[in-house]
Design a protein around this ligand. Structure first.
Ligand code: ADP
Ligand code: MG
Length: 255
């Protein structure tokens, strides 16, 4: 399909939980700058896959590479610092302002890279100012600009999901993992989120791995789709190819 080396290379990843094989030799690659959707029925292994990619689960076998770097079984904070950021299926943020939450994302970044400079006051102050400016830019990009100083608890559900998204972007990731970004949103919020994902991908040039049940969104946003069922890859291709695949239809219809 392409000669560009993949940004993310997941190879033969197997994860077992006491007798259950949640991922069975799963492989896929992500083309730089693309949106790669990971779909499949409930329990297929999509969140487990994200947990491996972000370092929360250690695979029994297989490897994960980000560019030339082997990430397999590194600690979550190391993986985040190397350029993989994620959002979770359920909202985790309820405290502080939008700005506070975005600055949290920036702090993870500084701890990883510039811990020493934090000891020298003038540069630490300058760094803090730069982080704040960048957090404001990311708020603008994700439609949270007007809410930067608002408490997260007062935002609409859609905007709180946006905060998760923006906080992940504050890590300046190379690869962004989005776990059901529009779950629970109404149609207008879904459309807005799709626009935001598209805008961010274009503006920041990052690659996105998208887990989503909303097939309309997957079809509109994804360049490639990998389909999981019972922990195995059952199909891979463009959204159109995958939609017409008999095995995919079977997995979804349960026939
Ligand atoms: P999906 O996100 O595609 O709905 P999951 O990755 O959450 O699926 O789950 C895949 C399978 O692994 C399911 O059968 C689920 O019950 C099981 N599973 C997920 N996490 C754990 C865990 N921490 N311990 C035991 N089983 C788990
Ligand atoms: Mg899931």
């Amino acid at each position: 399909r392409t000669t560009t080396p993949p940004v993310l290379d997941v190879r033969d990843v197997t994860v077992r939980f006491a007798g259950l094989t949640a991922l069975d030799s799963v492989s896929f690659t992500v083309v730089p700058g693309s949106v790669h959707a990971l779909i499949g029925p409930n329990g297929a292994g999509k969140s487990t896959c994200f947990n491996v990619l972000s370092g929360l689960y250690r695979p029994a076998s297989g490897s994960v590479r980000l560019g030339d770097t082997d990430l397999t079984s590194l600690a979550p904070h190391r993986i985040a610092a190397l350029g993989i950021a994620r959002t979770f299926q359920n909202i985790v943020t309820t405290e502080g302002t939008v700005g506070d939450n975005l600055m949290l994302g920036r702090h993870i970044l500084s701890r990883a890279g510039f811990a020493a400079s934090a000891l020298r006051l003038p540069s630490a102050v300058r760094e803090q100012r730069e982080h704040l400016a960048r957090a404001r830019e990311i708020a603008e990009l994700t439609g949270l600009g007007p809410h930067f100083d608002s408490p997260v608890a007062l935002l609409s559900y859609g905007d709180r999901k946006r905060v998760e998204f923006a906080r992940a972007l504050c890590l300046e990731p190379t690869v962004l993992l989005l776990d059901e970004p529009v779950a629970g949103m109404n149609a207008a919020e879904r459309a807005r989120t799709a626009d935001t994902i598209r805008a961010v991908r274009a503006e920041l040039g990052l690659s996105v791995v998208l887990v989503e049940h909303d097939m309309g969104l997957v079809m509109r946003l994804a360049d490639e789709v990998t389909v999981l069922d019972f922990g195995r890859v059952i199909a891979h291709g463009t959204p159109d190819e995958v939609r017409r695949d008999p095995e995919v239809l079977r997995a979804y219809l349960g026939t």
